[in-house]
Design a protein around this ligand. Structure first.
Ligand code: GDP
Ligand code: MN
Length: 396
């Protein structure tokens, strides 16, 4: 699950990371109220208005703007709230902005040398370790830094069983070229950031930029956070941060009805029982010259109702040109699944795309007969290859 910048900052702050303070607003009036409160707390009359959407590169797309007065706060918030923000990381049509973060301006006017660094903590699955990635070249596109000046990106591997050791945090501060008070602040920053990452069961915490002010404060100005969905059961407060407006609507709907569905870019819809068979089926589709439109594991109970729900979800994707149903009947008998498919099909009236059904396992022969005699636009297959050939034929 991804978080908004302001939510990531809340978590960071709760673990002692110094952040650029701010408040969320959903209207220009709320934005002005937030700015007034922030001025009381921080003393600064300047604020940045930041679009809260799950996408980076907002600055470039006009989603981050500086306001030097309350009138400007109102105007800019009015422009940003409700806009479809287009950045290199959004779909071409952009993402609708529902809320903005009103944040204190931490780039002091006249500060001649604010330094912007890049820092992230992430999981290195291949090494089985956590990794702190950091660079002196913050604020900008880190992918561009990685491409043009890879020697300016440092990494620090952290053994999850040992945790971050003090010398490692010092090495980070040293490699960033810091000394004195800034060095101390940076080691504190790195330790607190790592603690936030571990304690929240995250797979990513990215802070770009980390700002060092001329008076040696080290502040998280931005945050991009991904939490592990499988650990959310032990973080009820973080689970409540989910913003489904930012997520794929078909996936949200599938989740609500208990289906394990992931939307993909292809043209062949899949309905499969078991994650392993689902993976194999996706390979099968590729070999047949198609591209899977989704990953869908219907689980153990493939009865008529569940099959119908799954068909409905798959058909929400306009790119689907054919559906491959690949079910292994072990505990659930193939003839019952076949009956379920026939019933679901009839109940739905008509389905506009061809369906290929492969049922294998207990009573597969009876199931095939049921499908073949149904009179519906459903083709049956028994062998894997046969199913692949039939998918290829309908796509041709
Ligand atoms: P992103 O573009 O989505 O990564 O959004 P960021 O939160 O990183 O903000 C983009 C840029 O806005 C930063 O790199 C800063 O240069 C600038 N910015 C952010 N906060 C402030 C601020 O308090 N004052 C000023 N003057 N600029 C800021
Ligand atoms: Mn950023």
């Amino acid at each position: 699950m991804n978080l908004h910048e302001y939510q990531g900052k809340e978590i960071l702050n709760s673990f002692g990371v110094e952040i650029q303070r701010g408040m969320v607003a959903t209207s220009p009036e709320e934005a002005v109220e937030a700015a007034k409160k922030l001025t009381e707390e921080t003393g600064t009359g300047w604020h940045v208005i930041k679009a809260q959407v799950h996408a980076g590169g907002r600055g470039k797309g006009g989603g981050v703007k500086l306001a030097k007065s309350l009138d400007e706060v109102r105007d800019i918030a009015g422009q940003i709230i409700g806009m479809d923000l287009v950045t290199p990381q959004t779909p071409p049509e952009g993402k609708r902005v529902h809320q903005v973060l009103i944040a204190e301006d931490v780039y002091y006017p006249g500060d001649s040398e604010p330094e912007e660094y890049y820092m992230s903590v992430l999981l290195d699955r291949a090494k089985g370790k956590n990794m702190i990635m950091y660079s002196t070249e913050g604020g900008m596109d880190i992918e561009a830094v990685a491409e043009k000046t890879p020697h300016l990106i440092f990494t620090e591997e952290v053994d999850p069983a040992v945790g971050l050791l003090p010398f490692q945090a010092r090495r980070v501060a040293f490699n960033l070229g810091l000394s004195g008070q800034a060095f101390k602040q940076m080691t504190k920053f790195v330790s607190a950031l790592y603690k936030a990452y571990i304690s929240s069961d995250a797979s990513l915490f990215e802070i770009n930029p980390v700002l060092k002010t001329s008076d040696d404060r080290v502040i998280a100005v931005d945050s991009k956070v991904t939490l592990d969905d499988n650990a959310l059961y032990r973080h009820k407060d973080y689970a409540a941060m989910r913003d489904i407006r930012e997520e794929n609507p078909i996936e949200v709907e599938a989740k609500a009805v208990g289906l394990n569905y992931v939307d993909l870019d292809g043209n062949v819809g899949c309905m499969v029982n078991g994650a392993g068979l689902a993976m194999a089926t996706m390979d099968l589709i590729k070999q047949a010259g198609g591209e899977p439109a989704n990953f869908l594991d219907v689980g153990g109970t493939a009865d008529a109702e569940r099959v119908e729900t799954a068909f409905n979800i798959i058909l929400k994707d306009p790119n689907v040109k054919a559906i491959l149903v690949n079910i292994f009947g072990g505990i659930v008998r193939c003839d019952r699944v076949a009956q379920g498919i026939v019933d679901a099909y009839k109940n739905m009236g008509s389905i506009d795309v061809p369906i290929i059904v492969r049922l294998q396992g207990t009573n597969a022969d009876i199931a095939k007969e049921l499908i073949d005699n149904s009179g519906l636009d459903v083709q049956s297959a028994v062998a894997f290859q046969e199913a692949a050939d039939k998918v290829q034929a309908v796509l041709a």
